[in-house]
Design a binder for this molecule. Structure first.
Ligand SMILES: *Cc1c(COP(=O)(O)O)cnc(C)c1O
Length: 487
């Protein structure tokens, strides 16, 4: 009973319903504004969904970062927080939870995932180093490059295919890894980075089989293996679902296996434990000591690392709950429902369904919008205008410019609709499906975007854009024609 998953529950009708295995005990009222006001809000936001105010948003599908629902046990744990600058009992409880779930002895607390990336990059990357990985994450890449490293994405050929039934698109291509080490020399490789549920390519997992092979290569060349565990719960869930060897394994054993193959693990607990904060963990004392002083310098004392002790308490409980299949199966099963329904209707979407959100293929949705006019950004703004739901651009706007000032075109143009854990209901999911269906029918009305103000670093956060034509007005006119005065 403890590890019930909704795939075990059958409906007499035969329908595949992602049943909620929790009850909602605290709610937040939402508003859905009229379409004209949504258009105005989008203009004020500079056609960038990061710049919207939540007062204008119905379903906030921007991210699963820091937006997940906490459990009753997490909320109640916050009351026992031990307020202390040094030696807080809250920290020791969190450390014990990490030892149990990840199996690592040393724990460094940090205020969020990118803070861990700052410390790991400063401690281990030298100018001219190379860092092979399955795929980058925006903040990861920024920190590594800031420290003089160059990243190499050595994913398999299947990774960037939108439609696929390969279960582990997050795997590293072992031959590419070997070639890279041969080319640059092992001493130039700071470490190999494996990201659980590879965020930017659709939340796609890697297999333990692949991780073992990576480990073997790392051992041969005495290179460290670093695991970005921000989305480790879902990766473990997919391993159980998709990797035959682990069909009957417990999530706890899978997590310990993944962590046991790593030299160093870091994570954003804004995701993995549904709270805030983050951590770096290892069993290697030398590695721990190389990073410790940086924690005190950038984050705070060793027993809080920039987090409040309340957050640390909830993080400890959240990490322990990651071993519960009932908890970690919720978000993936809602994502799978939406992905499979969209796929049935021929709406281009990344398959198989992954972690953290549903990833619409904006390139396939809007083939008439050239990549330099940012189809994923255009789809994100269009979808907000016609639904009040906010997603995130994961395409060329999230990329950078080269030395000549040209856009480095993204490998894939995706609109990500995140499913914060245990936040949305099935009828809300059906609303998203309904509006996407309407937008797909009317996709010819959607045009491109151009930058008006463009920051040099991580431009997708603060950048301001505009529509290339008056297409948003035309889209609104068609919406009113079809929906009348309805929202
Ligand atoms: C979110 C995320 C990060 C960064 O974490 P923050 O807490 O947002 O700073 C790093 N890696 C991955 C894989 C992530 O999903």
């Amino acid at each position: 009973m403890e590890n019930l998953q909704n795939s075990q529950v059958k409906f007499y009708s035969g329908e595949n319903v992602p049943l909620e295995l929790h009850k909602v005990r605290m709610v937040q009222k939402l508003f859905l504004k009229p379409v004209d006001e949504r258009l105005e809000a989008m203009k004020t936001a500079g056609f960038n969904t990061f710049q919207l105010s939540t007062k204008d948003v119905f379903l906030d599908m921007l991210t699963d970062s820091g937006t997940n629902a906490m459990s009753d046990n997490q909320v109640s744990s916050m009351l026992q927080a031990d307020d202390a600058y040094a030696g807080s009992q809250s920290f020791y409880r969190m450390e014990a939870a990490i030892q149990e779930v990840f199996g690592t002895k040393y724990v460094l607390p940090v205020h969020q995932g990118r803070a861990a990336e700052n410390i790991v990059s400063q401690a281990f990357i030298k100018k001219g180093d190379v860092i092979p990985m399955n795929y980058h994450f925006t903040t990861t890449k920024a920190h590594m490059e800031l420290n003089g490293g160059t990243i190499f994405e050595i994913f398999t050929d299947e990774a960037l295919k939108i439609k696929s039934n390969v279960p582990f698109k997050g795997n590293i291509d072992i031959n590419k890894l070997k070639d890279l080490i041969k080319k640059y020399g092992a001493e130039k490789v700071s470490f190999i980075r494996l990201e659980a549920s590879t965020n930017l390519i659709g939340g796609q997992p890697f297999s333990i089989e692949n991780m073992r092979e990576v480990r073997k290569v790392a051992d041969e060349h005495k290179i460290m293996l670093v695991l970005d565990a921000s989305l480790i719960g879902e990766n473990a869930y997919f391993i159980k679902q998709r990797e035959p060897e682990f069909k009957n394994a417990s999530i706890k054993d899978i997590l310990l296996t993944m962590c046991g193959l790593s030299d160093l693990i870091y994570f954003s607990s804004r995701k993995v434990s549904s709270t805030r904060g983050g951590g770096i963990c290892t069993n290697n004392k030398d590695l721990f000591l190389k990073m410790r002083d940086l924690v005190v310098l950038y984050e705070g004392f060793m027993t809080y690392g920039g987090m409040s002790v309340r957050e640390i308490e909830a993080m400890a409980v959240g990490l322990l709950e990651t071993t519960d299949e009932t908890v970690i199966s919720q978000s993936p099963s809602f994502i799978a429902y939406l992905v499979n329904e969209l796929d049935k209707m021929g709406i281009p979407v990344v398959t198989p369904a992954g972690a953290l959100g549903c990833h619409i293929d904006a390139g396939g949705f809007l083939p008439h919008v050239p990549q330099k006019e940012y189809p994923a950004g255009a789809l994100a703004t269009a979808f907000y205008i016609i639904s009040g739901c906010r997603g995130m651009e994961r395409g060329t706007i999230s990329s950078v410019r080269d030395a000549e000032g040209n856009d480095v075109l993204a490998d894939v143009e995706l609109l990500r609709l995140a499913f914060p854990r245990r936040v949305f209901t099935l009828s809300q999911t059906k609303f998203v499906l309904d509006r996407l269906t309407w937008l797909y029918k009317n996709r010819d009305l959607v045009g491109g975007l151009k930058f008006v103000e463009e920051p040099a670093v991580l431009r997708f956060f603060m950048g301001r854009l505009d529509a290339t034509t008056d297409w948003p007005q035309k889209l609104v006119a068609k919406f009113k024609q079809d929906f009348g005065n309805s929202l």
